[in-house]
Design a binder for this molecule. Structure first.
Ligand SMILES: NC(=O)c1ccc[n+]([C@@H]2O[C@H](COP(=O)([O-])OP(=O)(O)OC[C@H]3O[C@@H](n4cnc5c(N)ncnc54)[C@H](O)[C@@H]3O)[C@@H](O)[C@H]2O)c1
Ligand SMILES: [Zn+2]
Ligand SMILES: [Zn+2]
Length: 341
């Protein structure tokens, strides 16, 4: 079957891989929509691993439910792409996101398990989650990134009236800002280097205000506005500039949640965390319960994630979409791929 695979630095190729067949403990899925994630961009930028078929945010219809007696052919589903062992302490405590092997065979993030940039895929049956009929395919593909922001904001432990800064207005930043507001933050500010994305965070009504991270006035303005710093900063970029701004812009005794990922070492001024007695909280992925809650929140229209989708492209449109998402000037945040288009 046709698929999109990493060829080299910033280059994909359209190639052929064998169609997946049903195996024990797996569900076979016909992909309807697959999202492009900021983490996928790191792989594309590095051009590694070659041959990787990405796509870990997806929804589709069941071709073969395997051992899932509660599923039937054509049921609409999404799935957690992670691959936890199910036996270790993390797994047993309901935290598969930090099981030591959870990323080794992750769907669309490992060569062992190709992802949804192909018309069909095979997924561990215990990770498959049914989606209701009133949820669109676009919304189904948005469950995964929504769950990342949901988890981060839960860990942020925002109190009603808190002032919250989100650094980075990609999908993870936008979803985090949306949930921060739902938690009762009195101010949700967002900082961005891409002004089109910054403006969008406000026009989509997820941030109250946005600030240009490249403007040297931003830090003094925000410190003055918040009388010394935000109660909580959610860092959704991953580079040194963003991590250090989170330390600068949080108040003494405040909390920084690090969600952004970097494949390189990041130079941080740890003394800021020492002097301000900060709580620095990492956030990775989500639990199964959080993933399911995001399905319910979207299905019950408590949150609108359809508004974040900018475009839907075919497999042929994937290369251009990655270039668009990394241009630094385009307002597009989430591009979905329809591998059957
Ligand atoms: N922890 C997790 O579980 C998890 C899950 C998914 C994604 N991520 C990571 O979170 C990050 C965000 O993901 P995304 O999909 O939103 O990515 P994205 O690339 O779409 O968004 C990142 C945004 O940060 C902006 N930016 C860059 N430098 C900045 C700076 N100094 N200050 C403010 N903004 C800046 C960019 O313009 C861009 O809009 C990525 O690093 C991704 O790998 C983490
Ligand atoms: Zn992702
Ligand atoms: Zn485990």
């Amino acid at each position: 079957m046709k698929c999109v695979a990493i060829k080299e630095v910033k280059k994909f190729e359209i190639t052929d891989i064998p169609e997946p067949t049903i195996k024990e403990g797996r569900v076979l899925i016909n992909v309807q929509k697959s999202g492009i994630c900021g983490s996928d961009i790191h792989y594309w930028v590095n051009g590694e691993p070659k041959g990787l078929v990405m796509g870990h945010e997806f929804c589709g219809t069941v071709i073969d439910p395997g051992n899932r007696d509660d599923l039937k052919v054509r049921d609409r589903v999404t799935a957690l792409p992670i691959s936890p062992c199910g036996k270790c302490e993390a797994c047993e405590s309901g935290n598969p996101q930090y099981c030591a092997v959870t990323w080794n065979n992750a769907v669309g993030l490992s060569l062992e398990n190709s992802g949804a940039l192909a018309p069909k895929l095979s997924v561990r049956s215990d990770m498959v989650v049914k989606i209701p009929d009133n949820m669109s395919d676009e919304e189904g593909a948005m469950v995964e990134p929504t769950a990342v922001g949901f988890h981060a904001v839960r860990l942020a432990d925002i109190k009603v009236g808190d002032k919250v800064l989100v650094i980075g207005g990609g999908i993870i930043g936008l979803v985090s800002a949306m949930f921060a507001k739902k938690e009762g933050a009195s101010l949700v500010a967002l900082s961005e280097t891409n002004s089109a994305r910054g403006e969008k965070s406000v026009s989509l009504n997820v941030a109250d205000e946005w600030y240009d991270a490249k403007d040297s006035n931003t830090v003094p303005t925000l410190l003055e506005k918040t009388h010394g710093g935000f109660d909580v900063v959610i860092e959704c970029v991953g580079n040194a500039a963003a991590v250090n701004s989170s330390f600068t812009l949080v108040k003494q005794g405040g909390k920084v949640v690090l969600v952004g990922v970097s494949t390189d070492a990041v130079n941080i001024y740890s003394v800021m965390a020492v002097m301000k007695e900060l709580t620095v909280q990492g956030a990775i992925a989500y639990t199964k319960e959080e993933f399911r809650k995001c399905v319910d929140l979207i299905a019950s229209k408590q949150i609108d994630v359809r508004k974040f989708v900018d475009d839907i492209v075919s497999l042929e449109g994937v290369q251009a979409s990655y270039e668009r998402l990394t241009s630094g000037v385009d307002s597009a945040v989430k591009i979905l791929v329809d591998p059957n288009k």
